[in-house]
Design a protein around this ligand. Structure first.
Ligand SMILES: *Cc1c(COP(=O)(O)O)cnc(C)c1O
Length: 230
């Protein structure tokens, strides 16, 4: 694949202004992941120059090419649904995999012999739409039980927390309710998960402020930084 995207309509100044505005509004304990999927390298470079080091990508080929083009201090977040045959490629490039949404992909990642523990989030289905990926609550509990069991458990995977996407709606009460549900699940699980379990990834361009109100520790913001995607 090639990265000869047409340039974004947003120029560097706009990207930098957007980053400043979001940073000013985001508390220190919340990590801002700039979702750079489909964006050209110069747009990423412009966010990088502004001090952003956390970038989110959802396509494997694009992640590979971008990771190669940027310095090693970039923390790449794999935020998209993953196919099991891509696990091997994505694992070594990713600082954090947000979208472990099935036992199959968990197992595929566990097979990979990671030199350092691979940090992942378990994606939970919280939206009303049936199209969004993620574990149902009881499936999630089953996976967590299995991952704690010796034959299935794998120290090369470290479950860092949960991720969820709210329903795409203007109904902020509905969005808040879904995030609140994910937060309480996170808090219920946390005592048995150990100190590494400290990340709650929820909130995108349209709802990150609601998500932070509901306890998010990591927001994934794309279009509000880079403008519309191609
Ligand atoms: C694309 C994407 C985002 C960012 O979406 P915006 O609405 O542009 O902020 C966040 N999370 C996931 C999982 C995505 O796929």
């Amino acid at each position: 694949m090639s990265l000869d995207f047409t340039l974004t309509k947003m120029d560097n100044n706009t990207i930098q202004t957007n980053i400043h505005a979001i940073r000013d509004a985001v508390p220190d304990h919340v990590t801002l992941v700039a979702v750079s999927k489909t964006q050209p390298l110069d747009a990423i470079a412009s966010a990088y120059a502004e001090g952003i080091r956390d970038f989110g990508e959802n396509r494997v080929a694009e992640l590979v090419e971008k990771a190669d083009a940027f310095p090693d201090d970039v923390r790449w977040h794999a935020i998209g649904h993953l196919q099991t045959n891509k696990a091997k490629t994505v694992a070594p490039l990713s600082h954090l995999i947000h979208a472990v949404d099935s036992t199959r992909i968990y197992e595929a990642l566990a097979l990979h012999k990671n030199p350092t523990p691979l940090d992942v989030l378990l994606q939970v289905h919280i939206a009303e739409e049936s199209s969004k990926f993620g574990f149902l609550e009881d499936e999630l509990r089953t996976l967590i039980e299995m991952s704690g069991n010796e034959t299935f458990g794998n120290t090369s995977i470290r479950i860092k927390g949960l991720m969820g996407m709210a329903t795409f709606t203007k109904d902020t009460t509905q969005i808040a309710k879904e995030f609140k549900g994910l937060r309480s699940l996170f808090e219920e699980l946390a005592p048995s998960m150990g100190d590494d379990f400290d990340t709650l990834s929820m909130g995108m361009s349209g709802d990150w402020n609601i998500a932070i109100n509901e306890g998010s520790t990591m927001i994934r913001v794309g279009s509000a930084i880079f403008g519309a995607r191609h």
